[in-house]
Design a protein around this ligand. Structure first.
Ligand SMILES: [Zn+2]
Ligand SMILES: [Zn+2]
Length: 236
């Protein structure tokens, strides 16, 4: 079960199997807000077994250090973004959006660094947390961006796609390519990869969620050939 935690302009996610995991931790200073939201769903601090990061930016890793100080939880990120988490300083990709550039000029993008416990790679299996889900590397926004793909077809993609404008405040279910990315060709290929693996509902770092049909239409993507039987991305 995926619970979207709205933390201002960014989303984190609480996912429950036999154990609970967090996907991303918002900006710095959000630990209390995350724990209050988790508590409302019956999940306490000690129930959270791990924080999995979709990528290494300040608005997705910002409260990880504080959460781990309070309880023993594994901290996981793809090797391609591990240095961002280790240093707490990730230069953001160049943005094609004037508005994003203007806003980011005033934002402190550093955060308290954390040494990761687990380096994620293709096919990393979340069964150890009682979740029917795997990690799919989906580079483009950053080199080490990953998605969490559930056998149900739900997928948490971080900043691979944006929903709407102003961090999802406006038109949150309008699919867009991210306002900043290291490599837009890779972004497109990663979205197509997920569609080919059976992704049907996209949960985003900003705005969302999105239905895959809207993604196909708005982003003019080719209709993917499924690379596995629908809803069972087990062979990645
Ligand atoms: Zn990002
Ligand atoms: Zn973000």
């Amino acid at each position: 079960m995926i619970q979207q935690l709205k933390l201002g302009f960014v989303n984190a996610f609480l996912v429950r199997g036999t154990k609970a995991i967090l996907v991303d931790s918002g900006t710095p200073g959000q630990a209390d807000r995350i724990l209050r939201a988790a508590g409302r769903g019956g999940v306490s601090l000690d129930d959270i077994a791990a924080i999995i990061h979709t990528h290494g930016h300040f608005d997705h890793c910002g409260s990880t250090a504080e959460l781990r100080r309070r309880a023993a939880m594994k901290v996981a990120i793809h090797v391609g973004d591990a240095d961002k988490l280790r240093s707490g300083r990730a230069a953001l990709p160049h943005s094609t959006s004037l508005m994003a550039r203007a806003v980011l000029a005033f934002v402190n993008t550093s955060f308290e660094p954390v040494e990761p416990d687990v380096l994620l790679n293709e096919g990393f299996d979340l069964r150890q947390f009682g979740l029917a889900a795997t990690i799919v590397p989906t580079p483009g926004h950053t080199a080490g961006s990953v998605s969490v793909l559930f056998h149900s077809g739900e997928v948490i993609v971080g900043d691979l796609l944006f929903g709407g404008f102003l961090g999802g405040k406006l038109l949150p279910t309008w699919p867009r390519y991210p306002a900043l990315a290291d490599d837009y060709d890779q972004v497109r290929a990663s979205v197509e990869k997920l569609l080919g693996l059976g992704a049907r509902r996209f949960y985003l770092g900003h705005g969302g969620p999105l239905d895959y049909k809207q993604v196909l239409i708005h982003l003019s993507l080719r209709v993917p050939r499924l690379t596995h039987p629908a809803g069972a991305p087990a062979s990645i």
